[in-house]
Design a protein around this ligand. Sequence first.
Ligand code: NG1
Length: 394
Amino acid sequence: MLTTKSASPHACELFARHFRAEPGWLLSVPGRVNLIGEHIDYHDLPVLPMGIQRSIQIAFRGNETPIIRIESEGYGSRSISIHADENSSGPAGDWSNYVLAATRLAASHWPLRQGIDAAVASDLPPAAGLSSSSALLIGLTLALLTANSITPDFDELMNIFPDGEQFVGTRGGGMDHAAILASRAGSALLVEFAPLAVRPVPIPSDWAFLAAHSLTTAEKSGAMRSQYNSRREAGSAALRKLGLASFRSALESRPAAELAALAGNPSLSDAESRSFLHVIAEAARVREAVTALENQDPVAFGGLLNASHASLRDHLQVSNPALDELVDCAMQAGALGARLTGAGFGGYTIILCAVADQQRICTELVKRFYARRSGFNPEAHLFVAEPSAGVVSG
Ligand code: NG1
């Protein structure tokens, strides 16, 4: 039942079948799980995600024409000009919008000489909090740039990707892009913003993180976009009304208890007050989680995961009954900690346990949670998330 990688992606075979030629490059773009630090990257506070072994694979080569011809396993073919005008867009929710967004991003920052032929395959579940949409956007952009001999560094890419995301979903923070680009195998990645900095923090080899799907989905392009934005706005409004310059400066200059007391200020709405409480406590948990990792203390780390979930459920209100039940089942099964991962409203939970317990906990999750629901696919919905490297080209 436990898989480290589902059926290997077929991007190269798909390319050969579709274009009757060999691709010049293969990009492997990982998804990510966020271990802790949820809904705070867009307030420029540090977060702790990691790349995972599930990925989007793009086989491609330059085609010496101004056209991008692209074939995706399961989603069909699309054809787009590298000069596509600013306002063009495909049908809502169609994956051609990712190709357009990548083209626009690349072309607005660098001169593109040619398009690409590309085949896309994936074993990264979509709309689930594992960052499949950012992985696709990053992969397509890097494929275009590579074929045009353009090789921006990490900082240049981080300057463009979070903005580019708004063409296809929410304008979030830069966590996903940093994790997808810069993760290291065997480590979590501490990502700091303004100024941007990343630091790998090794994960002890006897810790296991399970990714378990709630079997409820969070469609980024749909209603979730306004839910996500409302959480971001509530936090920013609280900051403004309290006369604070930024969360970071507030956290650096005042004790936690003093900041928490500010949430009771009568000028704040209920949502603003709850968002404020979540953000300041979650930021502290990220710091403590890094210490717990460095001290190899899984009990402390697990406790922080649980506290994060409780805050996302009660303060920010981005959980749902299935996510809550899955977290409870994991804890009853002997996990050290569990929480929803990503934006919430559905998708995956991330569960910490000892490697020695992972099989037993999976069996218990199937018994306690999945057996009572339809649509469970063990390979896609329950797997060990292995701390994996960022974008690898081959
Ligand atoms: P998801 O929806 O899980 O990929 C989103 C944002 C992140 C971060 C999290 C919540 C994008 C691309 N990603 O992640 O930046 O804000 O929500 O912590 O908007």
